[in-house]
Unconditional design. Structure first.
Lengths: 454, 508
């Protein structure tokens, strides 16, 4: 090979790098290992995590411990889906492109909006991308955002806003739901979009249509973040006046993976199609008249439009969207709705069961589907530690994000959480709160152990 | 040319929604085990959905068959050579998939208390340390979800860095050869792109850079570069370029799409870059998944570090005789904030860390060496044949891990566009190179073979190009009407944009 190139060594090929910039030493990294050794090392690291297999997981807060059916893994691990690049050559990418088209159809159906893209990174950055779209669509730069929107979404929006130069105004919660009067008061003629989430971060199902009226009145877009797993039973945002419905896709066909990769979905009204971020597959025909699929509307995208692109996104989450599509097909029309009902009923049971526990009160009584918030009569982190020692991840401490709910605990239910596990949660929580209160009373401070796992 | 339809062509596309039949299903759900309260008693009726969404009704065997059939309508890296320039289509080791699927990784909740996620945080910290060493920069954030997300992060970091110094700057410089994501990210970050010209050796035109810096004195926030650049050439003037932009108070940003050429050979930090993004789905073997997932960690210099996204994975030394522990640090007052939910694409981190552990220091350096050798060999093989005249290399010098050909002579002499050549390559069982990029080169064809291809694969590709050119000398119509053997033939892309049909219309 060197002879064909006309050099004596590969080192000669690297001579185009000026000598002072050549590293000239090995990287300061360990030597390579055999596959066996690497496996053992990774297995050892994995074993030092308390996962949902070793703990009973009642933590949600945007990502949920659903059962992902085996066919999802079987299909997403096929080389033909796992290893291609983005489908730039449609003639040899019909599989991936058709999956995108099917996924768009499914998400559009779930959200009740006519147009869907093929997926974005994840939920929170999708909110920021929707805001960016709203600036282009309205020529305005002010956002009114409910504090019921996921804290990570609000933080991501703030980060992006520093770039595209916009103002973010937050509206508080009242009884677990967005304060409607405060929202109406905050929206004005300079508002580009009103951003809501339903169910909101505390689990409450918002009256999107009522809240959205203020946006309509002032010509602002209505952006609604939603949990796709609730859309089998909840009214689709598109029927409540949303211009954009988006969200975190993880509950559909994706594992927890300590936070990613998952995907974001993004659906909109017809008139926003040319402003959408991300890939969109469209149906067309080949020269012989066969039905086929291509990347449509590429003139929105960075590789064509460069600085005038509607978004900078390139590599997104195609494989994760495939997982979602397979999961949705597996659940099917009726299974998907039944799962929503199952979540709502088990959650209602869990809420009632916990409300009866000494030292636990409901944080709000708004309607919920799969997650609800309680207040504890003892320090939340300390109670969680006690529950963890008994093998239960009891929930998400709201104090991490909401100073006003520092006694709050957010509890999520999936189809994996059985009635017996819910009963056990109630017992363990009761005992843990009681123990913490006792500890507090006796001043023998045995708070959360400070030791380090592993 | 008429051909008999292949079996796959004969099988017309049908979506899973069209295969739906009322009453069929796959899922069996667990019993509710709790009272079957009517939904209206739990949630106000006006907030409920009237009808179940029209998802497919289909049994499991048919779902499997449907997606298996679709998979066969994809060309993939495991089936053949995929020299897609700028995309680094290297082998994806299956060990990575196995360890990513361990329950300790796959079923770990992202909000888990850091004390009970020590293995995951240590893995992230180790990956940060590895990338820091590879990039030659002291601090790393793993948070960005892909390369373009890393670019946006880098520009927001630049903005925060200047704001902290009380400066406001509005321009970002980028070469005319840059990836499309660069200017798109610039706009999202609220800056304006200023193009810098390319010199006759394919590098940044220094005089033009000086002129642009002078024209926008005090207003240039950043210069975004790829090195090796998108022509596959190392810019020998990088040290001078770095000192020019630094003298003007700007940051130097490294688009890491081409890092595969220089791992263990040369480090962006040593070249003078302040901010680097790394595409874990390119150089570090995360499978591309047909368009993601990926991850785009960023490595930065000391002066940029205070502004890194929140949270940051940190290692804390123990004071109680225990070993070190790992934590998520949210107390970063100057941070630009979050770029996404939770901690990033952890599953991608597992795969890339596994890759780095497997290859080690020597293996990474050797990977880059072989990538560069393979690219130069293929370039030489092509130049020795008809391509030498019809498809000359755009800048004739040794390349790094990829090279760019110009199809202009082929178009002028044979009437064959680069697109035609690309489509005819499909009939020969190859994924074509990247076409029509960079924009600077007429009828561009960008070839990146990667280190995981054998000499035999490279030869076979060169032979195919030779055969296509020879055949076109006889009958150019063959290539102009290609492909013939793919599941569908050339598709009408204009129609898909003019009258977009982006979802399946659903009946009752």
């Amino acid at each position: 090979m060197l002879a064909a190139i006309g050099v004596d060594s590969t080192a000669e090929l690297f001579e185009q790098i000026p000598e002072p910039l050549r590293l000239g030493r090995p990287l300061d990294l360990p030597a390579g290992l055999s596959e066996t050794e690497v496996y053992e090392r990774l297995a050892e690291l994995a074993a030092r995590n308390a996962d949902a297999e070793s703990q009973v997981c009642f933590v949600g807060a945007g990502m949920y411990d659903h059962y992902v059916p085996a066919i999802v893994d079987a299909i997403t691990s096929r080389s033909e889906f796992l290893t291609p690049y983005t489908p730039y050559q449609p003639e040899i990418s019909q599989g991936g492109l058709q999956v995108m088209f099917e996924f768009q159809t499914a998400m559009s159906e779930l959200t009740g909006l006519p147009v869907s893209n093929a997926g974005l990174y994840e939920g929170p950055s999708s909110v920021a991308s929707a805001a960016y779209l709203a600036i282009g669509a309205t020529g305005r730069r002010r956002f009114v955002v409910s504090r019921g929107v996921h804290p990570h979404s609000r933080e991501t929006l703030a980060t992006y806003s520093a770039g595209y130069g916009s103002e973010v105004v937050e509206v508080g919660l009242e009884g677990g739901l967005t304060d409607a009067a405060a929202l109406a008061g905050a929206v004005d003629g300079e508002t580009a979009a009103v951003i809501l989430q339903s169910p909101n971060f505390l689990g409450g199902v918002e009256d999107v249509a009522a809240l959205g009226a203020a946006a309509k009145e002032h010509g602002a877009l209505l952006i609604v973040a939603c949990d796709p797993m609730t859309l089998g039973i909840l009214k689709p945002p598109g029927e409540s006046g949303a211009d954009i419905a988006l969200g975190e896709g993880q509950p559909l066909g994706n594992r927890l993976d300590f936070g990613g990769p998952s995907f974001g979905f993004f659906c909109a009204t017809e008139d926003l199609i040319r402003r959408m971020p991300g890939r969109i597959a469209g149906e067309t025909e080949d020269v012989d008249g066969r039905r086929g699929f291509v990347l449509a509307l590429q003139t929105r995208e960075q590789h064509i439009r460069r600085e005038k692109a509607t978004n900078n996104i390139c590599t997104a989450q195609a494989l994760n969207a495939l997982g979602a599509m397979v999961h949705l097909a597996w659940l099917g029309r009726h299974g998907f709705r039944e799962l929503g009902e199952l979540l709502a009923r088990r959650t209602a049971y869990a809420r009632e069961r916990l409300a009866a526990v000494e030292g636990v009160q409901l944080l709000h009584e708004a309607p919920v589907v799969r997650e609800f918030a309680v207040r504890l009569d003892a320090p939340v982190e300390a109670v969680l530690e006690r529950c963890a020692e008994r093998g239960i991840a009891a929930g998400y401490p709201l104090g991490r994000d909401y100073a006003e709910y520092d006694d709050g605990l957010l509890i999520a239910i999936t189809e994996r959480r059985t009635r017996a596990q819910i009963d056990e949660l109630a017992e363990v929580l009761e005992a843990s709160v009681a123990a913490e209160r006792g500890a507090k009373r006796s001043h023998s401070d045995t708070n959360a152990p400070q030791g380090v796992a592993g | 040319m008429t051909l008999i339809e292949t079996p796959m062509q004969r099988e017309r596309a049908q979506t899973i929604f069209e295969k739906s039949k009322p009453g069929r299903r796959a899922a069996v759900l667990p019993d509710a085990e709790v009272p079957e309260t009517p939904l209206e008693e739990l949630i106000p009726a006006e907030l409920l959905r009237a009808e179940a969404p029209r998802l497919p009704e289909i049994a499991e065997p048919e779902i499997v068959r449907h997606y298996n059939r679709l998979s066969r309508r994809n060309f993939d890296l495991d089936s053949g050579f995929y020299p897609l320039g700028s995309c680094t289509m290297k082998h994806n080791p299956r060990l990575n998939e196995r360890v990513a699927a361990l329950p300790g990784h796959a079923r770990l909740h992202p909000a888990q208390d850091p004390r009970r996620a020590q293995g995951a945080l240590e893995l992230m910290w180790l990956l940060q340390e590895s990338l820091s060493e590879i990039c030659g920069l002291p601090h790393v954030s793993l948070q960005p979800s892909a390369g373009s997300h890393g670019e946006l992060a880098g520009l927001l970091l630049t903005r925060a860095y200047h704001a902290d110094r009380g400066e406001e700057r509005n321009k970002v410089l980028a070469p005319d050869t840059s990836h499309g994501t660069n200017p798109a990210s610039v706009t999202m970050a609220g800056y304006e792109t200023v193009k810098v010209a390319t010199n006759e050796r394919g590098g940044v035109e220094i005089d033009d850079l000086r002129a642009k810096l002078a024209e926008h004195a005090g207003d240039v926030a950043c210069l975004m570069l790829t090195n090796p650049n998108t022509l596959g050439l190392f810019d020998e003037n990088i040290a001078e370029i770095a000192s020019l932009i630094h003298a003007e108070g700007g940051t130097l940003y490294y688009d890491g799409a081409n890092l595969n050429a220089v791992m263990g050979q040369s480090r962006p930090g040593d070249m003078g870059f302040d901010i680097v993004h790394v595409n874990l789905h390119k150089s570090f073997s995360q499978p591309h998944g047909g368009g993601g997932p990926g991850a785009g960690p960023i490595a930065v210099s000391e002066r940029i570090a205070p502004f890194l996204p929140r949270p940051q994975v940190v290692r804390r030394e123990a004071d109680n005789g225990h070993g070190p522990s790992f934590d998520l640090d949210f107390e970063r007052p100057k941070s630009i904030g979050r770029l996404r939910g939770f901690q990033g694409n952890f599953g991608v981190f597992v795969r890339s860390y596994t890759y780095i552990l497997s290859l080690g220091a020597d293996g990474l350096a050797e990977a880059s060496e072989t990538a560069v050798l393979n690219a130069n060999y293929l370039k030489a093989r092509l130049a020795a044949g008809r391509a030498g005249e019809r498809l000359p290399v755009a800048f004739d010098r040794h390349c790094m891990h990829e090279f760019v050909l110009s199809g202009k002579p082929m178009k002028d002499s044979l009437g064959l566009a680069t697109l035609d050549l690309a489509k005819r390559l499909l009939d020969f069982g190859f994924h074509p190179p990247t076409v029509y990029f960079p924009l600077l080169v007429d009828e561009a064809l960008m070839v990146e073979p990667t280190e995981t291809e054998t000499k035999e694969s490279l030869d076979a590709f060169a032979d195919a190009v030779e055969e296509i050119l020879a055949e076109a000398e006889e009958d150019p119509e063959l290539a102009k009407n290609a492909p013939y053997t793919t599941p569908v033939r050339r598709l009408d892309e204009v129609r898909a944009t003019r009258r977009p049909l982006v979802r399946q219309p659903l009946g009752d």
